[in-house]
Design a binder for this molecule. Structure first.
Ligand SMILES: C[S@@+](CC[C@H](N)C(=O)[O-])C[C@H]1O[C@@H](n2cnc3c(N)ncnc32)[C@H](O)[C@@H]1O
Length: 288
């Protein structure tokens, strides 16, 4: 049997490391959504479809104790982290369910909100999953679609060639160079579903075509985040991005080795600081 080149447990534990959206930003997002759609979250139900370890909705459950949250994810590893966090924080309004989104065990028109964050780009059957999410969401309820972009993703996923102006750009350019050197597939090829990027144009077009869309509001939040070179190395070593964990491990370890050597040769301190710009986009879709 082919050895899996990555540990699901390791990814679940370090998931936040490779992703900039944090608790504070999640709360800002939900405050903005509430302003836009002119509603509060009291006694409402929210589905987090593919909730992972609860990165986005766990902070929301603390902030809005009267919002009933259901997180569904097929990864046992992600859910065991989430369940531990729910227990440790004594949270009473979050139910974490280990299940596949292609068959959601709820009646039609159940949820007031369904949140989709960084999920559909890894799913070939995203249309089927979207249909199932819409089925359990109320008519006149809302889909909350979250997408993140940032300079380090743009370079580290090979979307943008950088001018290597600073250390952040140099590091991720080197990483892509090493992927090419070791004949590793293009980082973007790991995305088998919706294209990773800002916004969900394909999804919105699908909702329009299926006549499920009433209206869309969207907004963005921009911020900067500082990382150390050792954080970038951890993202790479722990294979935090999906474009990393799908790579054959033997080949992948060559990148890790070469990157470490490059850091030594260039005399870069592991504590050297790098800044990346980020942007999160939120589309609030009213269903009909
Ligand atoms: C990139 S993570 C995003 C997690 C979370 N939404 C966030 O933004 O932090 C994608 C998650 O979708 C889950 N997932 C992928 N396909 C799924 C499916 N068919 N059913 C349930 N969960 C799924 C994965 O297990 C993983 O935890």
């Amino acid at each position: 049997m082919k050895k899996e080149g990555w540990s699901k447990k390791q990814i679940a534990q370090n998931y936040e490391l490779g992703r900039p959206l944090d608790a504070e930003l999640a709360i800002t997002l939900f405050e903005k959504i509430s302003e836009i759609i002119k509603t509060d979250y009291d006694n409402k139900a929210l589905l987090d479809a593919g909730c992972g370890n609860g990165r986005v909705t766990l902070p929301i459950s603390k902030k809005y104790p009267n919002l009933k949250i259901v997180g569904i994810d097929k990864s046992e590893e992600m859910l065991s982290i989430l369940k531990k966090r729910i227990k440790d924080n004594n949270i009473g309004n979050y139910k974490a369910i280990n299940s596949d989104l292609s068959k959601i065990d709820y009646d039609e028109n159940h949820f007031d909100f369904s949140l989709i964050s960084s999920v559909l780009h890894s799913m070939k059957n995203w249309r089927e999953i979207l249909g199932e999410i819409i089925r359990v969401t109320k008519r006149a309820g809302f889909l909350i679609l979250i997408s993140e972009a940032g300079d380090m993703y743009d370079i580290g996923l090979g979307y943008k060639k950088s001018k290597k102006r600073d250390l952040m750009e140099k590091f991720w350019t080197k990483y892509i160079e090493l992927r090419n050197k070791h004949n590793i597939e293009n980082a973007r090829d790991s995305q088998v579903g919706i294209r990773w990027g800002l916004g969900h144009p394909e999804l919105i077009a699908n909702l329009k075509k299926e006549k499920n869309l009433d209206s869309v509001n969207d907004f963005t939040i921009k911020w900067k985040k500082t990382f150390k070179i050792r954080d970038f190395m951890k993202i790479v070593e722990l294979k935090c991005w999906s474009s990393m964990f799908t790579v054959d491990d033997e080949k992948y370890q060559k990148i890790v080795k070469d990157l470490k050597e490059w850091i030594k040769e260039e005399k870069i301190s592991p504590d050297a600081k790098c800044v990346s710009n980020f942007i999160v986009n939120c589309e609030v879709v009213k269903l009909r």
